[in-house]
Design a protein. Sequence first.
Lengths: 244, 206
Amino acid sequence: MAASLYKNEEQARRVVSIVHEELHRSLARPIRLVDGRISIAPEILAGTLSTWAMQNIKLNRRARALVEYPCLRQELVVETLGEYPLFTEMKLVQGPVSDVVIVPAEQDPLFTSGQFPLPRSVKTRMELMEQIGVPLDRMFTYIAHEVPPNTIDTNSPLPLEVIAPPSPAHALRQSARLGAIAHVSTISALKGFRRSLTTGVQSVAVGAIAAGTTAALLLDPIIFGALADERGMATWIVLAQWVW
Amino acid sequence: MNNALLRVQYPRFEHPKDEPSVTDETPVHEVYEGEIVIDANPPSYPGISVSDFLRQTTVYEELPVPLAPRLRQGAFAGMALTLAGSLFLALLPGMQPLIASAPLLLLHGFLNAYTQWIVSTPLLNYINGVLLSSSLVLLIVTRNLRHGRLPLHWLACAEALGGSANLVLLLIPLCIVCVNFALWTLILMALLLIFVLVIALLAALL
């Protein structure tokens, strides 16, 4: 298993820190006016009773015992961000380089399309976590997508086109190679071998260049697991990150 | 939990079990119209668990990808050639006596032996049958050769190669017929030329 969590350390750190800041900021809005009612977040009440912090510590200890330590024993690196409240709606954070969308998994259009793609290595990694006893069935799933600036409207659902991954580069290259063979064996057999061989080679080159260009524009998805307690507070853990 | 801000007391609230669970959906929900509400009850989060999420994912590397334009063209051409080859194989037994009695000047014996071999080899029919049925499946699954998983791309390539094999199968007798046709045309032209020359000579003499 890979010893590092992130594929692209610098980019991933930036996205994680944006998400981290946003989660932290949500703690600073404990009192809100909702539909003519003053809504005081439960942490204020609990704080007055001086139990909130204790419960957070307990939650953190439990998360480390249930998630972090078993993963470390298998050399699976995860990152525990801390204790932050769960949320049910999409959050958009505008970063210095790009925007970051944090969304509960069930609201992710890739997930609702029924085809949320995970790289094989990531799927294997998460299945291994499940096998070693990490309580994935008790953790809420959140997904962060790094998106180009000003492409998301917070009032409308997250558009699939913005976060849809490109077609797998390996499969595209393979298809282009097979296309060259198929073309040479049929079309060029009818038209003349010499001309088609040249264009066949060109098509492979164009396919490879196109795949490379797409890869350069890829942005990070990050999967968070939130191990929650009855208060709606959760220990947020980065479970997986990859680059398309 | 008691709350001094409320005129009436909150109902007695049973805390859920200590064990966290995303499937825990037993919140106590009370509404006090027009009053200050302190949200003491734990909210309900209808999220999905990571294990449920994991079960509803697909492997990225196995995602369907669009067929390369050249692969598409090649597969279509291969299917057309396989169809033509199959028609040729189907019609050949009826055409064989015609070929045997054809006035071919070159490679007549080879052509007869070749057609005899094709007619007596059922394997070719089986291969073409498999190619045609798989091409039908391929057209349906990939929606007219647009999109498909990588094994289907290999199948499209196999269709193209099968088509090219059929092309070779068709080209051999076609080439022999064409060469003989060209030879006959040359002979006829030569005869015509001789005839014209003889007429011209006779006209000059008379």
